[in-house]
Design a protein around this ligand. Structure first.
Ligand code: FMN
Length: 186
């Protein structure tokens, strides 16, 4: 089973990317998390360019989603919302709406910020956007406030509560994939 990890931050030392690395350590045997590195390359959404063939970075994004069994998003909060670069990528991924690669795909959202609230508003907005694309948004929230104190370089989780919360979300995501696979085979 392959889980695509999408960080909403482009920063090299991103806490959100570290959070995904930490989540990767919690996945059961047989489930791998692959970090997606293409966010920086996705051009601004332009409906005139949203034709076949798609811009290469967009085609790569759509292929990465189509090749994943699930997606785990970790988002920062920029001005109380989803970072523009992540929203932009999802706008590309959402088209065409009826057949987009997010449709029915199990996804989960977590988030980290250096402030107290752990990107809760951005997470809520990201869940709303993902639901609009047709993705199957798995319940559960991990809001990592004061992220610089809870994540070590490499993604080691320094907080036991954080580990438990993250495990609940990753378990829920894996379970959603299993249920979807079973439903498709029936
Ligand atoms: C443009 C900008 C806007 C921000 N707005 C918020 C905000 O509304 N709420 C919040 O908690 N943190 C805000 N922050 C702080 C980020 O959450 C913090 O820098 C976080 O560590 C970024 O995630 P990253 O470490 O994954 O890059 C903002 C940071 C930037 C650069």
């Amino acid at each position: 089973m392959k889980v695509l990890g999408v960080s909403g931050s482009l920063r090299a030392d991103s806490h959100n990317t570290l959070l995904l690395r930490g989540a990767a350590e919690l996945l059961p045997a047989g489930v791998e998390l692959e970090l997606w590195h293409g966010l920086r390359d996705v051009p601004p959404y332009d409906e005139d360019s949203d034709v076949e063939p798609a811009p290469p970075a967009v085609a790569a994004l759509r292929a990465a989603l189509a090749g994943a069994d699930a997606v785990l998003f970790a988002t920062p909060e920029y001005n109380s919302s989803v970072p523009g670069q992540l929203k932009n990528a999802l706008d590309w991924a959402s088209r065409p709406l009826a057949t987009n690669p997010l449709r029915n795909l199990p996804v989960a959202v977590v988030g980290a910020s250096t402030g107290a609230f752990g990107a809760v508003w951005a997470q809520a907005e990201l869940r709303k956007v993902l639901a609009a694309t047709g993705a199957r948004v798995v319940e559960g929230e991990v809001a990592v406030g004061h992220a610089h104190e809870k994540l070590a370089a490499g993604g080691a989780l320094l907080d036991e509560n954080l580990r438990d919360q993250l495990l609940e979300v990753t378990d829920g995501l894996v379970e959603a994939v299993r249920m979807r696979t079973a439903a498709m085979a029936a």
